[in-house]
Design a protein. Structure first.
Length: 281
């Protein structure tokens, strides 16, 4: 197995065959069906491109930033390696036929927020030299039409919007792999009680209690546009909180995260930073 994938498996404490499912959970997306499914084939190509990057070469978020630059939504310099991955993602999605495009869009539990970004990116690319002040309204119209129409009634703008939305979704997946493979979580023993994850660890002789629990529910625009048999994390957001000491307890929390696994991993990384003296409560 490639070193980056091996590190990701170790840091998430999952078997190699479960790594893709775990990465999807961290990015807030449902795992694709098992077997020779089009989504698994596409995800595999994206992860292969990210895996080829040397450790330490990029920061998490670089691939998403490169995707926005290529979409004309961000004017910034991005590392050539991140642009190469973004280009691979774009070519992979562009090679999909209408049936596979629809399958992948539905499989990722695409939301209205995703489609809105895709419509904005599609219009920006089309009108790069002369942006239209009405593009925001046009983007919303495209999103409404996609949500109301069957794929066989999609026009070019609808397909371009779905493709652009997939660029960003897949870029997020690549960035998750970068982050996880280069993170340093402290493995904690977690117990679950009434959908709340609890753990504790000792740092500098002081017990630190760690809690992972539901945060606020995401807005309706973050719900899947099309029915999905196994939507991600029951559409709830998560947060972690770390508290220390028996008296004068200091605490710090962070969120929202798209899944319990994402919040747990972030909490374990925070414990590592606390133990190393890189931050405090």
């Amino acid at each position: 197995m490639d070193d980056r994938l091996s590190r990701a498996c170790v840091n998430l404490r999952v078997a190699p065959v479960k790594l893709l499912d775990a990465l999807c959970s961290l990015s807030g997306r449902p795992a694709p069906p098992s077997g020779p499914h089009p989504a698994r084939r596409v995800y595999g190509r994206v992860l292969h491109a990210a895996t080829s990057l040397p450790l330490g070469a990029l920061q998490p978020g670089d691939v998403s930033a490169a995707t926005e630059v290529r979409a004309g939504l961000l004017n910034a310099h991005v590392p050539p390696l991140s642009d190469a991955v973004a280009r691979c993602i774009q070519h992979t999605v562009d090679d999909l036929g209408p049936a596979d495009l629809w399958t992948l869009a539905r499989c990722t539990a695409m939301t209205r927020d995703d489609l809105a970004w895709g419509a904005t990116a599609s219009l920006a690319r089309e009108r790069l030299e002369q942006p239209d002040s009405l593009d925001d309204i046009a983007a919303q119209v495209i999103v409404d039409e996609i949500a109301e129409r069957t794929p066989c009634r999609w026009g070019r703008h609808h397909s371009d919007t779905a493709r652009a939305a997939l660029y960003r979704t897949l870029a997020d997946l690549a960035d998750v792999l970068l982050e996880v493979s280069e993170s340093s979580p402290t493995p904690l023993a977690w117990s679950t009680d009434d959908n709340v994850r609890r753990s504790s660890t000792v740092i500098g002789g002081v017990v630190h209690d760690v809690l992972v629990q539901n945060a606020e529910n995401p807005p309706s625009s973050a719900q899947p546009v099309w029915h999905h048999p196994s939507p991600p994390a029951a559409h709830t957001a998560w947060q972690w909180r770390i508290t220390n000491g028996p008296t004068g307890r200091a605490s710090h929390g962070c969120g929202p995260f798209p899944s319990a696994l994402a919040a747990r991993h972030a909490a374990e990384c925070a414990i590592t930073a606390l133990a190393a003296g890189k931050c405090s409560l």
